[in-house]
Design a protein around this ligand. Structure first.
Ligand code: IPM
Ligand code: MG
Length: 362
């Protein structure tokens, strides 16, 4: 028996519905395989603000540190939208990333054959697509100082954020990208705006130096982030691994996600230094407009949990089985509303969770 502790942070909106399906899967694994995952529930985002007055408490942070991994749903909603930044649900997520030093955010964008028609791009452009965005997650303009809004006293205000990176921050995330590329298509595209930003120039120089020193067997290409946004639409299959900063990664990963047809399918992993607790979460948000209606797609959360099995629990075989079961369910034509297509059957969030278990049992 292998024992693991999984800290669950369902968060807001559809978070609790999609997490219920992940828990179903965990219960199934506990009784049908030789792993034993104990789950603990904690609060983050608006749910935490309502209970404790802060979006991510120090007590919950300590519980997360003590766990083997964290599975998160989604945070945010209109109820908490008009408060200052430090008290918004999103601030809880940023605090978790920063405090746990989860500097490498892996966002795979894979087009499942059954969903080729869900993409807004032509099937021949997205068929078989399998790219991985490695987004720097604890630096850059998200955290740079100085920041703030200042009153200039003449009826004008001034808003400031700072884009800042150090060599060690650039090297550690680039190292993750190169290592992952070796296990995939052996190519890394590094994206920045070195044509206009000093931090981007440093990024390019440091990635180039690291490549020459440690990864010269991997193909490296540099690309301006705006060109990358364009190339993702023009010819996405030219990419294998894309490594980029926090802000460009936020934007490019939403774009890459949409190539696959639905944000409801995409998982992510946020990894720190070896031996620290990693966090897994779907790329989509809390979707308050459909919360509580059984319409949410739980597959991104389930695929995030599969990434947890692969990267934190070293259970790659089980992760493979879950990913295959997801494909089987899609091939069978059952769909949540976000990926609904002609000739398919629309099912609810919980029916999708059940369908996945049935596929695993086969
Ligand atoms: C993401 C989200 C977050 C981000 C928000 C919710 C703070 O958009 O994970 O991509 O900007 O990083
Ligand atoms: Mg985002």
């Amino acid at each position: 028996m292998k024992d693991y502790i999984l800290q669950i942070l369902a968060g807001d909106g559809i978070g609790s519905e999609i997490m219920a399906e992940a828990k179903k899967l965990i219960a199934w694994l506990n009784s049908n395989t030789d792993i034993n995952i104990k789950t603990r529930d904690g609060l983050i985002g608006g749910a935490s603000i309502d209970a404790y007055g802060v979006p991510f408490s120090d007590e919950t942070l300590e519980e997360c540190r003590a766990a083997d991994a964290i599975l998160l749903g989604a945070v945010g909603g209109p109820k908490w939208a008009d408060v200052e930044y430090t008290l918004r649900p999103e601030a809880g997520l940023l605090k978790a990333r920063k405090e746990l030093e989860l500097f490498a955010n892996l966002r795979p964008a894979i087009v499942f054959d059954a969903l080729v028609d869900a993409s807004s791009l032509k099937p021949e452009i997205v068929k078989g697509l399998d790219i991985l965005i490695v987004r720097e997650l604890t630096g850059g303009v998200y955290f740079g100082e100085p920041r703030g809004i200042e009153d200039l006293g003449n009826g004008q205000r001034r808003g400031v954020n700072t884009q800042v990176y150090t060599t060690s921050e650039i090297e550690r995330v680039a190292r993750v990208a190169f290592d992952l590329a070796k296990k995939r298509g052996n190519k890394v595209t590094s994206c920045e705006k070195s044509n206009v930003m000093e931090s981007g120039l440093l990024w390019r120089e440091d990635v180039t130096a690291l490549h020459a020193k440690e990864f010269s067997d991997v193909e490296l290409e540099h690309m301006y982030a705006d060109n990358c946004a364009m190339q993702l639409l023009r010819n996405p299959s030219q990419f294998d691994v894309i490594v980029t900063d926090n802000l460009f990664g936020d934007i490019l990963s939403d774009e890459a996600a949409m190539l696959t047809g639905s944000l409801g399918m995409l998982p992510s992993a946020s990894l720190g230094i070896q031996g620290t607790t990693a966090l897994y979460e779907p790329v989509h948000g809390s979707a308050p407009d459909i919360a509580g209606q059984g319409k949410a797609n739980p597959l991104a959360t389930i695929l995030s949990f599969a990434m947890c099995l692969r990267y934190s629990f070293e259970q790659g075989d089980l992760a493979d089985r879950i990913e295959t079961a997801v494909q089987d369910v899609l091939n069978s034509g059952t769909r949540t509303p976000d990926i609904m297509a002609k000739g398919c059957t629309e099912i609810s969030t919980s029916a999708m969770g059940d369908a996945l278990i049935s596929a695993l049992e086969k």
